[in-house]
Design a protein around this ligand. Structure first.
Ligand SMILES: [Zn+2]
Length: 350
């Protein structure tokens, strides 16, 4: 099995692991009332699995809008004013300002600080058991209700500002999927994106400067931690399917090997009943994609690349990763490697 990536930077970005408790006062929010269902395609899985590429491919299709990692809008968008994929700082991006206007009557520091504090209290993988039955945890349930309302308002704003039938949220963190399923207006489709853990671990261990943040390095993780997280995160995303949420498993390597076929599979799933049966894919020709820069609020630096991008299988980890490290990762993540077809019958030598 080969690791797959584009010829340019493709590693999905890392995210800060927040843990502070919320202490801010609840600001008066202009949250829209519930309306018609919103189709949200949630890309779930582990970081550095190719979600930025998948989001951009989907967002290039008429009727689909890729919003990036929406769960980080509070901190990385509003508070830090980092760059949207259109190239403008968040505060000068017309699209995201329109979203804020729709959702809250405009972004404010109070709104963002409240959203961030609530996200840390609610939207974390360790809280998935509470997200399954918040009623058993009254304090948590209050925060969950408020955060779900705020997150729903953001998604409503994205849907209205974009006019899209399907909004793609590449947050990946499984708990965000569990939160989305609790929002009555959200018509959820879970795209479970999996990539060979060896490629994922190699990517997380590399030093990668971010072009979108003045060369600051992307967060790094040890191989061991990546292997454990990869196993846990993918199991949690599978759990969404067991709970009855529509889920489509997509291997990143398969997407790169046959982009048109796999992309049509995903579009048929996320766009069921809303998009044409055969959406136009004029941006895709064989193994080359030509992607316009959209308005993804956060994500891998690859979201900033315009022009033609050639997709190809990348075996760098095979060359660069010591054999002992490969074996340790294989051992730690063996059940998942077998489950997703990376190990076993294919006889792949690790
Ligand atoms: Zn923008």
């Amino acid at each position: 099995m080969e690791r797959a990536t584009t010829t340019r930077h493709l590693s999905p970005e890392t995210q800060p692991a927040g843990c502070a408790a919320a202490t801010t006062q609840v600001p008066a929010l202009n949250v829209p009332e519930a309306g018609t269902p919103m189709r949200v395609a949630f890309i779930g899985g582990h970081g550095r699995s190719g979600s930025t590429l998948l989001g951009r491919l989907l967002g290039s299709v008429d009727g689909v809008f890729s919003a990036g990692e929406v769960c980080y809008v509070w901190e990385q968008g509003v508070l830090r004013d980092w760059i949207c994929s259109c190239g403008e700082p968040f505060s000068r991006c017309d699209f995201w300002q329109a979203v804020g206007q729709e959702a809250f009557g405009g972004w404010t520091t109070d709104v963002a600080e409240r959203g961030l504090a609530l996200r840390k209290l609610v939207d974390r993988n360790r809280y998935v058991p509470k997200l399954l039955a918040p009623g058993a945890f009254p304090g948590y349930a209050r925060a969950e209700r408020e955060y779900a309302q705020m997150y729903s308002a953001v998604h409503r704003g994205i849907a209205r500002a974009s006019g899209a039938r399907v909004v793609v949220d590449t947050s990946k963190t499984p708990s965000t999927g569990y939160l989305l399923r609790r929002i009555p207006q959200v018509d959820l489709r879970v795209v479970h994106l999996v990539r060979d853990v060896h490629g994922v671990a190699y990517s997380w261990a590399k030093k990668v400067p971010r072009a979108d943040r003045d060369g600051a390095l992307m967060t790094r993780l040890s191989h061991r931690r990546t292997a454990l997280e990869w196993t846990a995160f993918n199991a949690l995303v599978e759990g969404l399917g067991l709970l009855g949420e529509p889920r489509l498993l997509l291997r990143y390597e398969d997407l790169v090997a046959a982009p048109e076929t796999r992309l049509r599979d995903v579009l048929g799933f996320v766009g069921e009943g809303l998009l044409p049966a055969e959406p136009g894919l004029g941006f895709l020709e064989a193994d080359t994609v030509t992607l316009a820069r959209g308005h993804e609020v956060t994500g891998n630096p690859m979201r900033l690349q315009g022009g033609a991008i050639q997709l190809r299988l990348d075996q760098e980890w095979r060359r660069a990763m010591p054999r002992s490290q490969r074996r340790a990762i294989t051992t730690a993540a063996a059940p998942g490697l077998v489950r997703y077809g990376y190990l076993g019958r294919s006889g792949v030598d690790r």
